[in-house]
Design a protein around this ligand. Structure first.
Ligand SMILES: C[S@@+](CC[C@H](N)C(=O)[O-])C[C@H]1O[C@@H](n2cnc3c(N)ncnc32)[C@H](O)[C@@H]1O
Ligand code: SF4
Length: 400
């Protein structure tokens, strides 16, 4: 019997109320105006293009992720159009995840949350970053802690049971005390998931310019490591356990399914909208970064792809290893089943060296990062990059 392989979908909404000083995502500020319907029209057409592609037709979807930007800036009718476009064309797998990102504030209304829930939302991810109003202000984030709590309450009132909250360490003006206070307040609130991102400044950030002018300073890598270690210890000595190298969950039933299946199982995903990435049919590729080019391609009924790279087997193996490590569990058995080699025969020297330095534990069937390895995971995985990719994602301000 034909058993179609599930696929994962990502929808990029490149609009926000206001651009935060640190944000590296493709997003435009809309202040009090509305997201143009033209963008929603184009997304629906792109969804249609893929739904009719021979390599997609008949395959169920494992997960849908509305990310951005801030998907909750869409109106109820825009959200509903998108959800209908997807769910009328694709069948869901039995264990299915539908996640949406949200921002604290009035923009995330109960009506929108109810509409999402009625269309099967299973997880909501709220960007909080910090519960220290001064830190939020210094980082050009236009909401305060009270607004976060009000939004969180609304989310719970409509009955959303799996919530993730994003926090950031290393923010401008954030002392160790301020960060740990935020972490402890979040532990007390008990969202099902807490993610901690290290703030990185790239060329396209407003705060990068302030940094270059010497107006702001950043903590060093060593300070960041020490702070992260205390936060991880606080989380792990409360009710939380590790989900990925930077995120924590109250219970494995709250695990972020999309990330798990893409990272640990190597499943394919299709990204819709400007700048969205896909891994599909053996290619990694990215959509156009600018709206006019994206619209032009969609108008011509062609895939709005800006650049693509055909993955070689060696790259697919490296990808599986580094994302396995980022997921805090790499299965040697599944790797051998899928590629025909024991990972130790290929990457043994580097893996054993990392284990000797206390960053990993290697057993017969798995490789698991230690807490130190989890905190430094983004540096450790560089050991496995091919030389041509060694500078990838290194465009950020150095902290040392
Ligand atoms: C698309 S946003 C989440 C939803 C919503 N836009 C918000 O900010 O509330 C995704 C997350 O990326 C993280 N992030 C954004 N810029 C970052 C940066 N420069 N370094 C590290 N993490 C960053 C933030 O934690 C943010 O919540
Ligand atoms: S962090 Fe979120 S709200 Fe801020 S600009 Fe980025 S995507 Fe928008």
């Amino acid at each position: 019997m034909w058993n179609p392989i599930p696929i994962n979908l990502y929808v990029h909404i490149p609009y926000c109320v206001k651009k935060c000083g640190f944000c590296y995502y493709k997003s435009f500020p809309i202040a009090n105006s509305q997201v143009p319907d033209e963008y929603i029209d184009a997304l629906c057409q792109e969804i249609d293009l893929y739904a009719n592609h021979p390599s997609v037709m008949g395959r169920p979807i494992r997960s849908v992720y509305f990310g951005g930007g801030t998907p909750t800036v869409l109106t109820v009718s825009q959200l509903t159009r998108l959800m209908t476009a997807i769910f009328s064309r694709f069948k869901k797998t039995e264990q299915f995840e539908f996640c949406c990102e949200a921002r604290p504030g009035e923009i995330t209304t109960s009506e929108k949350l109810i509409a999402l829930k009625e269309h099967g939302l299973t997880r909501l991810s709220i960007g909080c970053q910090s519960l220290d109003d001064e830190v939020l202000l210094l980082n050009k984030r236009n909401h305060d802690a009270k607004e976060f709590y009000r939004t969180y309450e609304r989310v719970r009132k409509v009955g959303i049971e799996n919530v993730n909250v994003d926090l950031m360490s290393g923010m401008v003006g954030q002392s160790k005390d301020s960060f740990l206070r935020t972490v402890n307040e979040m532990i007390a609130l008990e969202p099902e998931n807490i993610a901690i991102y290290k703030m990185e400044l790239f060329l396209n950030n407003e705060l990068y310019i302030d940094y270059r002018k010497g107006l702001i300073s950043l903590i060093s890598n060593e300070e960041e490591y020490e702070i992260a270690k205390e936060a991880y210890t606080a989380l792990l000595s409360s009710k939380y356990q590790m989900a990925e190298h930077y995120s924590f969950m109250l219970d494995p039933k709250y695990r972020h399914l999309q990330r798990f299946h893409i990272w640990s199982k190597g499943e394919e995903f299709i990204g819709f909208g400007i700048s969205a990435h896909s891994y599909f049919n053996g290619f990694m590729y990215q959509n156009h970064l600018e709206l006019d080019q994206y619209y032009q391609k969609i108008k011509n009924h062609t895939f709005p792809v800006y650049r693509a790279h055909q993955m070689k087997v060696q790259e697919i193996m490296i990808r599986r290893l580094i994302f396995g490590l980022k997921s805090m569990y790499f299965s040697r058995l599944e790797f051998e089943r899928d590629f025909g080699f024991d990972v130790i025969d290929i990457f043994g020297n580097k893996l054993k060296e990392l284990a000797c330095n206390g960053y990993l534990t290697i057993s017969e069937d798995s490789i698991i990062p230690t807490i130190e390895g989890a905190i430094l995971a983004d540096d450790i995985i560089r050991e496995f990059y091919l030389p041509k990719n060694s500078k990838m994602m290194l465009g950020h301000v150095r902290r040392d």
